[in-house]
Write a protein that binds this ligand. Sequence first.
Ligand code: PNS
Length: 177
Amino acid sequence: MKKVIAIYPGSFDPPTNGHLDLIERGSKIFDELIVAILRNADKSPLFSLSERRVMLEAMTENFKNVRVDTFDGLTVDYAVSVKARAVLRGIRAISDYEYELQMALMNRKLQPDLETVFMMPAEQYSYLSSRLVREVGQLGGSVKGLVPEMVEQRLREKLDPAIKLEHAREPQARKRG
Ligand code: PNS
């Protein structure tokens, strides 16, 4: 039988444990899962595209049938270009449903052969979103347990002015040293 390739598109700014949970679930039912980061979704994301890619690659390195990619334009066009037959999306609560339904039906209109598959993340992530992680991080709250440790660390580095300053000084220090 032909292998089933699925894409998991999103902004992933930053990737969370909810995303990871869904990737793990998706990797169990699809032969190949491509985590596809949308380029230019937000003109000023907190994390650059390459930072998000590096984080997602590290998070998924143990899943042998998962790879990370980036895309521009319509999700359905990208799906066709990688021969995907399904789009994986997570639904956390009923509030996600309306937007996700609209997107799934529009994608079906554009590309009738492509199926959207919804999966539910573990309950402990049902309130979790990248937007809330950014907001809590920006306001100095803890996001421990909500994002992988590496993302937590990168969030701290990005948002803590003292660490930022340290990094800014490093090249100078290296030049002198
Ligand atoms: O993580 P997000 O921000 O909820 O992901 C949304 C995403 C990237 C899946 C959606 O914005 C998308 O598919 N954008 C690509 C452009 C597109 O195809 N638009 C029509 C969708 S019906």
